[in-house]
Design a protein around this ligand. Structure first.
Ligand code: ZN
Length: 609
């Protein structure tokens, strides 16, 4: 146990370092004095360089670009030096991780003399050899001649602006090198910069770095694509007018980008019965929780552009809205598939009036089908329990568990044994044999079986769930097949949704690819067992995910998230095998049930024989 706790702590520390690690990008808050909240917004966003224009006006340094825009209360002291002193006194700054870039708009020598005079009032926190963590002021705009740089205090440095850099410059007084981006490139920050312009910029960056100084470009594009490109190019100060947005984008980029180190071999389907109007004996419904088109695409591109799923030809789009809400949850979503009725969010197997609805295992029992459910979630999770329970609150796990012994299920596999501890006798009385090992499923020979893979939740794929989903799918399909009756099997991959809620690209990709391995096994099963209809869909999308960038060859994707919750966008449905053509089109989630039932009814007499 102690070891487990140590491991747990190590993981927590590792994760928090990942999440809150030192930001390795530096932002330059361009024309900061024009913000609604000068200094504080940039300081809050962790900007490393904060720019203020100053005009010397009647012996005062006004924070303004030109005389016409002077506001009497906005001075270098009131907008910057005093707030910085406040932040110091409030304990917000122990050492300075930013400098002020002061852009002198009036005559160089007189303006700078006033800067030195005003800033000297705050000498206690200014940089010096005794105070190496103090504030530095880097002077830009109208500057003295380089040979005069040495005449200013230690805390005054200069912004050098030239393409020609030589070793005889007064480098000890040069704080950074800046040039207009437009001297190198006309890029507008959308899409990507052309390689020749990028090369010119990189050559200049290397030249500045050879003098061990940081580089900044002004008049540069200010967009997500630009920030990312500049970060990757090693520009030391990324110029922005929106430091808060740039910070939130660049600080999450590591989490949003994932390069998949593993590759799934894909199985090539035989297509022999695909779409044919032949009798359907077995129906396998696979639900990727939260598995929208972007999630599927992220798995596809992270696997070098190939999936088992995306080889299938009969495709539909599903409208997922709940009875009482535009955006569905998994309870209403799964109830629509299980019963053919729209339900309220949070409700399982109930119509909006609160009446119990017959579900597919109940109804198919009348047609001689056996039924099973598999999930990477707990057995009482919303998706699996819509196939056996009737309750208004999806999180009431103990109440939901009490429905399982009364259900028509012949098999269940998933996590969450803890909700069934006081129901073992009742389960056994209703004919369930509870297995200790997943490998016992296929040849257990029992009438009804259940297998709990964990007490509570199963781990994610990244945290060691292994091939649970594929293996339990193969074992369960074999168990149901051996009953020599038609069967219905629902297989849920539950944690693609968790990746969406957590805005975790790596979790979405790894869970989606785990789901796809199980899909490959079920396509193979369908090929080996004619009369199988395989339906693969989702209950809803999670995370409002899009894919701004990626690399199919290296298996890297960058996801962007508009939400940490479900969204109302349509989700894809793929069908394979007997009668899969019936699932083409755009329709409500409840239609999946209706299509299944019309196929079952058509072959009712066939399956009875
Ligand atoms: Zn969810």
């Amino acid at each position: 146990m102690k070891k487990l706790i140590q491991l747990f702590l190590a993981v927590i520390i590792f994760l928090s370092q990942e999440a809150f690690g030192q930001q390795d990008f530096n932002l330059h808050s361009h024309n900061d004095y024009l913000r609604n909240v000068p200094f504080w917004e940039a300081f809050g966003a962790g900007a490393a360089s904060i720019e203020v224009d100053v005009i010397l006006n009647n012996g005062e340094l006004m924070a303004a670009h030109e005389s016409a825009s002077i506001r009497n209360e906005h001075t270098l002291t009131s907008l910057y030096l005093e707030p910085i002193q406040n932040a110091r006194e409030l304990g917000m700054i122990e050492k300075f991780e930013f400098h002020l870039l002061i852009d002198c708009k009036t005559e160089a020598y007189t303006t700078l003399d006033q800067v030195v005079k005003d800033a000297s009032e705050f000498e206690s926190f200014l940089f010096s050899s005794e105070n190496p963590d103090g504030l530095k002021l880097i002077i830009s705009g109208n500057r003295p001649k380089p040979e005069d740089y040495k005449n200013y205090p230690e805390w005054i440095l200069f912004d050098f602006q030239s393409k020609v850099l030589t070793s005889d410059l007064p480098w000890e007084k040069i704080g950074m090198v800046s040039l207009s981006f437009r001297q190198f490139s006309v890029w507008n920050g959308k899409g990507r910069i052309v390689e020749t312009e990028k090369a010119k910029l990189e050559e200049f960056i290397s030249l500045v770095h050879s003098f061990e100084r940081p580089v900044r470009f002004w008049a540069s594009p200010d967009s997500k694509s630009a920030w990312k490109t500049f970060f990757e190019m090693g520009i030391d100060f990324i110029n922005t007018d929106t430091p808060g947005l740039a910070q939130s984008y660049l600080s999450t980029i590591e989490k949003n980008v994932y390069q998949n180190p593993l590759r799934n071999e894909v199985y090539t389907p035989g297509f022999e019965q695909d779409g044919k109007e032949v009798p359907v004996k077995n129906i396998i419904l696979m639900i990727g929780d939260g598995n929208g088109l972007a999630q599927i695409s992220s798995g596809l591109f992270a696997n070098n552009g190939q999936l088992n799923l995306t080889q299938l030809k009969n495709i539909g789009l599903i409208k997922t809205q709940a009875a009482d809400d535009f955006t569905t949850d998994s309870a209403a979503g799964a109830t629509a598939y299980a019963t053919g009725q729209k339900a309220n969010n949070r409700a399982l197997g109930l119509n909006p009036a609160g009446d119990s609805l017959a579900n597919l295992p109940d109804i198919l029992d009348l047609y001689g089908f056996s039924s099973g459910i598999i999930t990477t979630d707990q057995v009482t999770g919303a998706t699996p329990s819509a196939f056996y329970a009737h309750h208004s609150e999806r999180d009431d796990s103990d109440e939901i568990a009490s429905w399982l012994p009364k259900s028509k299920l012949d098999l269940f596999v998933g996590g969450g044994r803890e909700h069934f501890l006081d129901k073992v006798d009742e389960m056994e009385a209703s004919g369930f044999t509870l297995l200790k090992n997943m490998n016992e499923i296929s040849n257990s020979g029992a009438a009804r079986i259940g297998y709990f893979a964990s007490e509570g939740s199963l781990p994610s794929f990244q945290n060691g769930r292994g091939d649970f989903l594929s293996k339990s799918a193969i074992q369960s399909a074999q168990f149901l097949l051996d009953k020599k009756t038609p069967f219905f099997l629902m297989i849920e991959s539950g944690m693609i949704d968790s990746g969406g809620h957590a805005n975790s690209t790596s979790m979405i990709v790894t869970e989606m690819l785990d789901f796809d391995r199980a899909i490959g096994e079920m396509i193979l099963f369908a090929d080996q067992n004619p009369g199988t209809l395989l339906i693969i869909t989702a209950d809803h999308e999670t995370g409002g995910v899009s894919i701004p960038q990626g690399d199919v060859r290296s298996g890297e994707v960058e996801l962007a998230f508009h939400s940490d919750d479900h969204t109302g966008i349509m989700v894809p449905l793929f069908a394979y095998g007997a009668h899969s053509e019936d699932f083409k089109g755009v329709y409500e989630n409840t239609e999946v049930f209706n299509k299944i039932m019309s196929i079952v009814k058509r072959y009712a007499s066939f399956n009875r024989e």
